[in-house]
Design a binder for this molecule. Sequence first.
Ligand code: AVJ
Length: 331
Amino acid sequence: MAPSTALKLYQATGSPSAPARDSFAADVIAGLSARHKQLPPKYFYDATGSRLFSEICGIDEYYVARSETLLLRRVAAEVAAGIPNGAALVEFGSGESAKTRLLLDAAPQLSTYVPIDISADALCEAAGRLARDYPQLSIAPVVADFTGHFRLPSAADGCAKVGFFPGSTIGNFDRDGAVRFLRSVRQVLGIHATLLVGVDLIKDPSTLTAAYDDSRGVTARFNKNLLTRINRELGGDFEPNAFDHLALWNAEHGRMEMHLVSRKDQIVNAAGQSFAFRRGESLHTENSHKFTVDTFSRLAAEAGWSVNKSWISDAPQVALFRLEPAPGENL
Ligand code: AVJ
């Protein structure tokens, strides 16, 4: 069923399709021309990719979403007790907003919800369903790449802000990128803010690798969908099955990596250019950094946030942090 039409979608990036396609093309050309071929993981999330990611979240081996949902359910009342009356919940990369409902149910004092997502399809659908289920809540969705610059919609003006960044998405940034992002979130949310961040914790490599290489092959399809998207949107001729899905634990950098490994020597055309792959050459598609409570607390401190509280789930463990602006830090 079509989502409610009462919702206005804020296009934070101006007219979305043309500039969005240009930067996709530019990123693909740059990434495939590099000595170590790579692509930014944000391009996974077209309509198919968003659907595949939801499917991944239902898979046993992908504990990241399951553990966090159980944790949120356990601590929702405690988290809600720290949320001021009339506050606005601002979610970075909201997708289906599945976990959001746990907070919305526990904190009816929230007046406003600002979901921000790069996928207009996922955002529209989720916002439509939420509008039906939470008629009191004012919902102001923003279509944006949350790593870029954008302003909050006026619906959130004058409200205390609660940032919500669950799912361990922060792990996609390298360390500098994560610090820069957390700094810009401080700026976007202003001074009367707290930020709830979900982070995946370092654990045994076999649990980690199974989570990124599930036995049903959904993660492999999610990874290869990036090639299908390039074919469709940038006139590419990738054969997705001429690449193998590879998930590996990089202990030195504390991160899971996903790659697409060429099964043969081949030339691929995309975005008006040709790219040579050697057999065994990898296209690096994602980093998912994992933390300890300590390493993440230090990272947050570098960005001007201090840890007000952290909670840890049952195994396989993930963590939820409540951050507040560090005293004495100016914006
Ligand atoms: C949505 C970025 C948190 O890194 O675990 C899932 C994406 N990649 N399976 C993650 C993902 C492979 C996910 N994040």
